[in-house]
Ligand binder design. Structure first.
Ligand SMILES: Cc1cc2nc3c(=O)[nH]c(=O)nc-3n(C[C@H](O)[C@H](O)[C@H](O)COP(=O)(O)OP(=O)(O)OC[C@H]3O[C@@H](n4cnc5c(N)ncnc54)[C@H](O)[C@@H]3O)c2cc1C
Length: 498
């Protein structure tokens, strides 16, 4: 049910308070409610987009060109699922192990820890299982499928269920502004609405689910506002090791029609899947690079003609033959688009900027740039595809000059994916992470973090299916933990009174 802001002050005995109603917060709240638990769900925005809420997402970016931070995020019920594209794929098992000698992006958990939650997560985002990967000759590339969610808008799908629920208590226009810490735990959180009203909410357990940038911003701010009482359990890690998925057009190619036989049309009706090419784990390991997937996007005949003219210099016979094949539809032209994992680095980070928002919270200063390893990954992936097409004699690729190191990296194209990961990364060691394997903030007994900010690495895939799996896992952990502590306390079960 929805409760007004004024009712917050009278609430007592709250077990779970979840802050943020995007895919992570909504999933965690629904899952706890399904286990018979009562949840208070606080959301900064209303049912729809509003300038007053969105303004708190304005921030600055420092480093490489990046999206405006109030454009690539949404601050109202449903969060960024109100405009996500719906591409889904579970993280591959090998992604959890980390890359290279430095174990870049290594998770303290394994895919088998998330697998039990895959069927429920797939039902939530309304996708089917992708087909099995198909290795290609040579061992460098494989065909993989991504599934399309319709895309599920969490606000539309779950609004009525939450309004009708007697276990989820939703308060809109309710902005987290402070956390009060006592005895190694969060005692209460301070919230404010747009009329300037304040309230304090106490709960046994808090879950921060405010998105892949905001989780770090709020922790940094609440720590500063509490005189450093919040972040005692870890070093200077909060906000750091932030990363994205690179997007880049790496060239074009003429390829045998049907080479990527499954789906290659991104505008295909939703609820279906599309086939991409991805580097194999062996290719990644042998070249000491990161994960990358490639999409062959059909293009016009003009691009094919230009490519053939180029190819004609080096391979005139092939170009001559290909021109005829293009004409009969046996070959077709494609733009090559890559999505690559980015190296989580301490310098890429969410920090507090100078200006403040209407609640007095410093705006985000996002430091983001690509590393040499990031670029080398794109370069090696492009070369692997070009090599494969030529060796199998099923096409030819023309790589962009920057891929070959002949021009600077372009910044006038799509640069990333709006996948905000890291900043509160998961680890078994407080010296290298912010939350433990159960997503609990090191040093705080009752504060958990939900969302892709806990990802230590992101592979090349999309994050939301994994976010939903993690939120289901967190709810299971919280319900079990709470049940255990109730047994130990042997007191009356806590309930939510109004
Ligand atoms: C254009 C675009 C396309 C995308 N496409 C894909 C895709 O194809 N596949 C994919 O997997 N992912 C995609 N994503 C990413 C996806 O949208 C996110 O991974 C997902 O929404 C994250 O869920 P979340 O709940 O962690 O965070 P959010 O969705 O960001 O939700 C956070 C919630 O917290 C609330 N909040 C913030 N601050 C406060 C506060 N102080 N107090 C209270 N509440 C607060 C916000 O209002 C919001 O409702 C896309 C994103 C964008 C922008």
């Amino acid at each position: 049910m929805e409760i007004p802001f004024a009712a917050l002050a009278a609430l007592e005995g709250i077990e779970f308070c979840i802050i943020g109603a995007g895919p992570a917060g909504i999933t965690c709240a629904r899952s706890l409610a399904a286990k018979g638990r009562k949840v208070l769900l606080l959301e900064a925005g209303g049912w729809d987009w509003s300038e007053q809420s969105q303004d708190s997402f304005v921030g600055e970016t420092i480093g490489d060109k990046y999206f405006d931070l109030d454009v690539c995020r949404l601050r109202y019920f449903g969060g960024a699922s109100n405009h996500w594209a719906g591409w889904c794929r579970p993280l591959d098992a090998h992604e959890f192990a980390g890359k290279g000698v430095a174990n870049i992006g290594r998770w303290p958990i394994r895919r088998s820890d998330l697998d039990p939650h895959l069927p429920a997560a797939m039902e939530i985002v309304e996708i089917g299982l992708p087909d099995a990967d198909e290795p290609l000759k040579g061992g460098m590339l494989r065909k993989i499928d991504v599934s399309f969610s319709p895309p599920v808008r969490f606000a539309e799908k779950y609004r009525d269920e939450i309004l009708a629920s007697d276990r989820i208590f939703l308060c809109l226009d309710c902005n987290l502004t402070r956390m009060e810490v006592a005895g190694g735990a969060v005692a209460s959180v301070a919230v404010e609405n747009y009329a300037g009203a304040h309230a304090s909410v106490t709960a046994k357990t808090f879950v921060l689910a405010c998105g892949g940038i905001e989780n770090s911003r709020l922790l940094l701010w609440c720590n500063a506002a509490s005189g450093g009482a919040l972040l005692k359990g870890q070093g200077d890690t909060v906000g750091r090791y932030w990363f994205e998925h690179h997007h880049a057009t790496i060239g074009d190619a003429i390829v045998e029609t049907g080479f990527v036989a499954r789906r290659t049309d991104p505008d295909a009706p939703r609820g279906e899947s599309m086939t991409l090419l991805a580097l194999t784990p062996r290719m990644v390991a042998e070249n000491d690079i990161l994960s990358c997937s490639l999409r062959l996007h059909p293009t016009s005949g003009g691009a094919a003609k230009a490519l053939l003219e180029d190819v004609a210099c080096a391979a005139p016979n092939w170009a001559n033959w290909a021109a005829g094949q293009l004409w009969t539809g046996q070959l077709c032209a494609h733009r090559l688009q890559a999505t690559a994992e980015q190296e989580p680095r301490p310098d890429n980070r969410v920090a507090l900027g100078g200006a403040v928002d209407r609640f007095g919270i410093p705006r985000v200063a996002l430091h983001w740039s690509r590393s040499e390893l990031d670029l080398r990954t794109l370069r090696e992936a492009a070369k692997a595809l070009g090599f494969y097409l030529a060796v199998q004699d099923i096409g030819r690729a023309r790589l962009a000059p920057w891929v070959l190191g002949e021009a600077p990296y372009p910044d006038d194209v799509a640069i990333a994916a709006c996948h905000h990961m890291g900043g509160t990364r998961m680890s078994d060691d407080p010296a290298t992470g912010v939350v433990d394997r159960n997503c609990r903030l090191f040093g705080m007994g009752n504060l958990y973090v939900a969302g892709s900010s806990v990802f230590p690495g992101g592979g090349h895939g999309t994050p939301t299916l994994t976010i939903v799996q993690l939120a289901l896992r967190l709810a299971e952990h919280l319900a079990a933990d709470e049940a255990e502590s109730q047994n130990v306390d042997s007191g009356a079960p806590a309930s939510l009174h109004q």
